[in-house]
Write a protein that binds this ligand. Structure first.
Ligand code: AKG
Ligand code: FE2
Length: 473
């Protein structure tokens, strides 16, 4: 078992709260800044989004609306889902002058000192909640979308993480650990997942939609443009002078999230490079297991091969004996820079000088690149196939996210009910080493249409998420 942290980690949001110029959020009887409506005892149903739009009256207590307060603002939001199991969240920002009557968009944005926050995830709500009242993270489990929504379930969950992660997780503790191979890193894909359709084992997978195949992307960009137009009407401005400088978070000892660390230009370069490598020898493929089940992602390894079937690293791929491409030098430099940034942040937050003990540095010699389509996911697992030395020294895994955001789950056990979650957005770097090296982690869902527009326009990255994890063998 991992040692319990002696000190409560301070996070960016604690500082935000302390320094916020906004009036303090009125506390609930329980002292929480999240004020759920009494009537909200469950998400209620899988009402589809248009039905919710029609009936959406944020002040109607008979509906499943919730409110969070940030300073003098009240933000109303509603969780609903569609039959495909994709969670949608509707938000209606409301100012002191009363509710807006301009309709409701699927998502809403909040401006916090020029930084645009999309309220499209649990963690975003938590961030705002923390900013308002520095409340404890246990509030996360109190959100209404933790409530049962069993009619949204699908067969897949036997093997995979919940489709609507964020619903009551207890429900999923029924997932039988013994139904999976002991060390299984990835959840099995269902037979009809889009990953298993249409892509043969050795067929190259293009992460970009270029040339004649761009109509899907064009349609998605057009829809996003229209949506943005609408969302301009739903923006709430907050001013906090601290916010711009404090975008890094210590999630746990040895686990640091650098928000929006990778610049737009770097993201574009990474996409281009990964596309090129992904289409070449040793490129992207959809890995599978002996029993024929496929993983819900496309994968390629750089530097060294990792075989999901044997869980071993090797110099050649087992599937076609190709040698994995090397790790581009710029990637390695970025990883080193990110670790330095994390060190600086740890020093500043925890006032310690021995940062290497908390989070050791690495010279990455392995990169696993995963591409998740919007239905992609990855079951809870530990990364523990690296060398005994590397694991013993708890050398970190450095994970870079690009494209659509992901609901990322992490915890001490392979138990979804006990795991915490954070949304990883395009440009985020998540580092977990030291005491967090052996955490269970996974991706429960990819949030559709959440990638930065300019990234899509410049790269034609297809809907989905590119993730690179760097390790030192
Ligand atoms: O996609 C992610 O964020 C996680 C990937 C991962 O855990 C892995 O490749 O081992
Ligand atoms: Fe992993």
């Amino acid at each position: 078992p991992l040692p319990v942290p002696e000190k409560k980690m301070t996070c960016r949001n604690d500082r935000l709260a302390a320094s916020s110029g906004a009036p303090a959020s009125p506390a609930t009887p329980s002292g929480k800044s999240v004020i759920p409506y009494d009537s909200v005892s469950s998400c209620g149903s899988c009402s589809n989004i248009s039905a919710a739009v029609k009936s959406g009256k944020p002040h109607n207590r008979n509906e499943n609306w919730q409110m969070i307060r940030v300073g003098s603002f009240e933000i109303y939001y509603k969780i609903s889902s569609v039959s495909s199991g994709i969670r949608l969240r509707q938000l209606v920002p409301m100012s002191a002058s009363g509710p807006t009557d301009k309709g409701i968009s699927n998502t809403a944005y909040i401006h916090l000192n020029q930084r645009k926050y999309q309220m499209d995830s649990i963690s975003k709500l938590v961030n705002i909640e923390d900013a308002a009242a520095s409340s404890s993270s246990e509030n996360v489990t109190k959100f209404p979308h933790e409530s049962p929504m069993s009619d949204c379930r699908s067969e897949m969950e036997k093997y995979c993480l919940p489709t609507e992660f964020g619903n009551k997780r207890k429900h999923f503790s029924a997932v039988k650990p013994h139904s999976e191979p002991r060390n299984m890193k990835y959840g099995h894909a269902s037979k009809n997942s889009d990953c298993s359709k249409g892509f043969r084992y050795n067929e190259p997978f293009d992460i970009c939609l270029l040339g004649g195949r761009s109509s899907e992307l064009q349609a998605s960009l057009y829809a996003r443009n229209m949506e943005n137009q609408n969302e301009e009407d739903h923006m709430v401005e907050f001013t906090n002078p601290e916010a711009l400088n404090s975008t890094n978070l210590i999630l746990r000892p040895g686990m640091v999230l650098l928000k929006h660390y990778v610049t737009h230009t770097e993201q574009v370069e990474i996409v281009k490079k990964c596309r090129q490598l992904g289409l070449g020898p040793g490129g992207l493929y959809q890995p599978g297991f002996k029993d024929g089940a496929k993983l819900r992602l496309q994968m390629m390894c750089l530097g060294r091969d990792w075989d999901p079937e044997t869980r071993k690293y090797g110099s050649r791929r087992t599937i076609d004996r190709t040698q994995p491409p090397g790790i581009p030098h710029e990637f390695s430099l970025l990883v080193k820079r990110a670790i330095e940034e994390a060190h600086a942040h740890i020093k500043e937050e925890l006032r310690v000088s021995s940062v290497e003990e908390i989070l050791p540095s690495i010279s990455p010699d392995i990169c696993i690149a995963n591409f998740y389509t919007t239905s992609g996911r990855l079951g809870l697992h530990q990364d523990r196939d690296e060398s005994r030395k590397s694991l013993g020294e708890r050398l970190p895994v450095v994970s870079i996210s690009i494209g659509d955001s992901a609901d990322f789950l992490y915890g001490d056990q392979r138990d979804i009910g006990k795991a915490e979650s954070v949304v990883l957005e395009s440009g985020d770097v998540l580092i977990f080493g030291g005491h967090s090296r052996h955490i269970f982690h996974g991706v429960t869902s990819i949030i559709p249409d959440s990638a930065p527009m300019n990234l899509l326009e410049e790269t034609k990255l297809r809907p989905g998420r590119l993730n690179l994890t760097f390790r030192q063998y």
